[in-house]
Write a protein that binds this ligand. Structure first.
Ligand code: CMP
Length: 138
């Protein structure tokens, strides 16, 4: 087994009906789903999850967006998971994302960018633990 990253399919992509297509891209790229749930972040959950961004000018917009509808949260396993997943999803701004990446295909703009991917192994563990108990990870 490889190492892990954490992802969310964000409210914009859920609203547009892209859950299935995004999960297909993820599994076709060799990621194994070791935990997954369909859930909804409260405003307070989103504030806590994104606390690292609390001083950014877009924090309020980000919290409102991420709590406006359901999301899919998942822990993914693959060798080199964090880095390989960031390549698969593409740049934060879909206008700059490479052809064939998940954000290029499914994101709306820099704010409503379809998917989250952890930026480090350490944050992958923290973010996964925010959403899943040990009994929910297989
Ligand atoms: P992500 O990189 O997963 O985590 C931080 C999120 O903040 C990012 O995705 C976007 O959803 C959002 N974000 C980043 N930059 C901006 C911006 N300039 N304006 C609005 N939202 C942003």
């Amino acid at each position: 087994s490889g190492n892990r990253t954490f992802t969310m399919i964000k409210p914009d992509a859920v609203e547009k009906g892209h859950i299935g297509a995004i999960l297909e891209k993820i599994t076709a790229a060799g990621f194994k789903i070791v935990a997954m749930k369909y859930t909804h972040l409260s405003q307070r959950d989103a504030e806590q999850f994104y606390a690292v961004h609390s001083e950014r000018p877009f924090y309020g917009e980000l919290v409102a967006f991420m709590s406006r509808g359901p999301i899919v949260a998942a822990i993914l396993e693959k060798d080199n998971a964090v880095e390989d997943f960031r390549v698969l999803i593409g740049s934060t701004n879909p206008a700059e994302a490479a052809e064939g990446t998940i954000r290029k295909m499914f994101a709306t703009d820099i704010a409503e960018n379809a998917v989250h991917g952890s930026d480090s192994d350490e944050n992958a563990v923290i973010e996964g633990a925010f959403h899943f108990s040990g009994r929910e990870i297989f």
